[in-house]
Design a protein around this ligand. Structure first.
Ligand SMILES: Cc1cc2nc3c(=O)[nH]c(=O)nc-3n(C[C@H](O)[C@H](O)[C@H](O)COP(=O)(O)OP(=O)(O)OC[C@H]3O[C@@H](n4cnc5c(N)ncnc54)[C@H](O)[C@@H]3O)c2cc1C
Length: 524
């Protein structure tokens, strides 16, 4: 769009940043009939497409293919030496990005009815901004500028020109020795990916375990898997100094240890991208971390300006950014008050085994919570595929509602979808047990965990009372039927209903469904 046109119109909604939040925000607002301008200073698609989800999952799939080939002998399949062509792997990663890019392109946005522009936005007041110096007026604005890799303060770090999750995808070939700083999701995923592709990897984490936010058993499973892949995992290790240059160097750790590398990759967290945005001029406050302060409807401290995605400091995931963009657009354009609920945000670490989590923590739950764990070694699908490394753990409250889940194992992210629905909608283990699940799948453990919870309820006092009442009522009913039809009852026994009940249970299940009767939540 030309500069005079940008300046001439007064936009219903100025959207800043064309990552997931901005793309969805702009497209939803346009679909509601608003005059929308989406401005991006770099590449349409944002981090998820160019430097985040897409390249990392593409790299992991190459890595898992290599690991699968090396591992194939356990199925009786012999493939010989596995050769990894580094430039070809990285080219395939870039190809995945290129294939998806049109979906997020300016053309796709304009097809939805929004206008697009390329340039850097800076707010100049409560309802005004500039795009590369060109003035733009808006009724409302939506800030979706995302987050950038954080760099820790370590002496000498800049001298080795560390890679970040922004730049690692531009490597022409795989490095020989990679040191990764940070044992969170990105650090673990990239450490495993490069190790499985044949790179010698050291993973350094300052905390006492990897994936600090997850169930400790999940951390254990991933740590063990990374070590099996050859990653040198150093937890409780703080880097104090880096020596070397961009061709290689040495990491010096507080415990006296060292790690040599040809490239150093930093994955220690993210900082919100708010620098140079002119937020103060717009009356938009940021918190001590630099995240834009929003209420639960994503409104900033300027009631005409909204924010969505990573820049808000909410969990930094594409699905969060997408829901944010949708809700912010609805709230801004239609004056609704759709709220963001962070109680059931699912998250996945795409290592092998995968770690998928939703809701309340599954480790150390409160006294009014029940926990059920099903190991994958009891799941037929996992046994058949020789992939029994993992477990499913559910947290259930006193009203039998699912409150949290951790799934570790193959396809954990897919298995989590049902549990996310359950946690977000307050469903109970009765709801889960009552829905038929296909066999054999990696959803079996969660079904079995729900069944275990339900069985536990049957053996409790109220469950035993209900079952006894049902059983006795059934026997009485059968005895009445027999008397009416003149059928002999109990072959001369003094307790005919017991004999009848015994023969009945041997031939057919009880039609009365204790699951239904036991469902205290069915009326809620
Ligand atoms: C390695 C890695 C792997 C990841 N994997 C996953 C995953 O598997 N699943 C998942 O859900 N999430 C994943 N994420 C997180 C996910 O990528 C982010 O949560 C998501 O991209 C955030 O979207 P956003 O729209 O908030 O911001 P972004 O995608 O960062 O978009 C912000 C845009 O704003 C633009 N911008 C900034 N300032 C201005 C300005 N002044 N003017 C104009 N434009 C501006 C930027 O150029 C950028 O394009 C991963 C992240 C990383 C780094």
């Amino acid at each position: 769009m030309s500069s005079p046109e940008l300046a001439r119109r007064r936009w219903d909604l100025l959207v800043v940043g064309a990552g997931t939040a901005g793309l969805i925000g702009a497209q939803v607002a346009a679909s509601l009939g608003a005059r929308v301008l989406l401005v991006e200073r770099d590449r349409f698609g944002g981090d998820c497409l160019w430097t985040g989800c897409v390249p990392s999952k593409a790299l992991l799939s190459a890595a898992h293919a290599a690991a699968g080939a090396r591992d194939a002998a356990k199925y009786g399949v012999h493939v010989g030496d596995v050769q990894v062509d580094g430039p070809a792997v990285l080219a395939a990663v870039r190809q995945a990005i290129t294939t998806i890019a049109p979906v997020d392109s300016p053309e796709a946005v304009r097809a939805s009815g929004a206008e697009t522009a390329t340039g850097s936005v800076r707010f100049t007041g409560a309802t005004g901004a500039e795009v590369d110096g060109v003035p733009v007026r808006f009724l409302q604005a939506l800030v979706c500028t995302g987050s950038a890799p954080a760099l820790p303060e370590v002496a000498g770090l800049a001298d080795v020109e560390p890679l970040t999750t922004d730049s690692v995808w531009d490597l022409p070939d795989l490095p020989d020795r990679l040191a990764v700083l940070g044992g969170g999701t990105s650090g673990c995923e990239l450490a495993q990916a490069f190790a499985r592709l044949g790179v010698s990897v050291t993973l350094v984490e300052a905390g006492d375990r990897l994936l600090a936010g997850e169930d400790p058993k999940a951390s254990e499973a991933v740590t063990a898997a990374l070590r099996r892949d050859g990653v040198d995992v150093r937890t409780g290790s703080t880097p104090v100094r880096v020596t070397g240059d961009p061709t290689g160097g040495r990491l010096h750790l507080a415990d006296g240890g060292t790690a040599d590398f040809t490239r150093l990759l930093v994955a220690v967290g993210r900082t919100p991208r708010t620098g140079g945005l002119g937020l103060a001029a717009a009356g938009v406050a940021v918190d001590e971390r630099g995240s834009v302060v929003v209420d639960d409807a994503l409104r900033t401290t300027n009631p005409r300006i909204w924010a969505a995605g990573d820049v808000t400091g909410h969990p930094a995931y594409t699905h969060v950014a997408g829901v944010h963009g949708n809700h912010a657009a609805l709230n801004a354009v239609l004056g609704l008050r759709r709220r963001i609920d962070l109680a059931a945000v699912p998250r996945v670490t795409f290592t092998r085994p995968e770690v998928a989590t939703v809701g309340e923590p599954t480790a150390d739950p409160g006294p009014d919570r029940r926990v059920h764990t099903q190991p994958l070694r009891r799941a037929d699908r996992a046994i058949a595929e020789q992939a029994t490394d993992g477990f499913t753990r559910l947290v259930v409250d006193g009203r039998h509602r699912l409150r949290g889940a951790t799934v570790v194992g193959p396809r954990a992210g897919e298995a989590l979808a049902e549990l996310t629905l359950a946690v977000s909608r307050g469903l109970t283990t009765s709801h889960l047990t009552g829905a038929m699940h296909p066999y054999p799948t990696y959803a079996d453990p969660q079904w079995n965990a729900a069944i275990a919870d339900f069985r536990g309820r049957l053996t409790g006092r109220s469950g035993r009372v209900a079952l006894t009442a049902l059983r006795l009522a059934r026997r009485a009913r059968l005895a009445i039927d027999d008397r009416r039809t003149g059928r002999p009852t109990g072959a001369g026994s003094g307790r005919p209903q017991i004999a009848i009940a015994a023969s009945t249970s041997a031939s057919a299940p009880e039609p009365a469904d204790p699951l239904e009767l036991m469902r205290p939540d069915s009326s809620t």
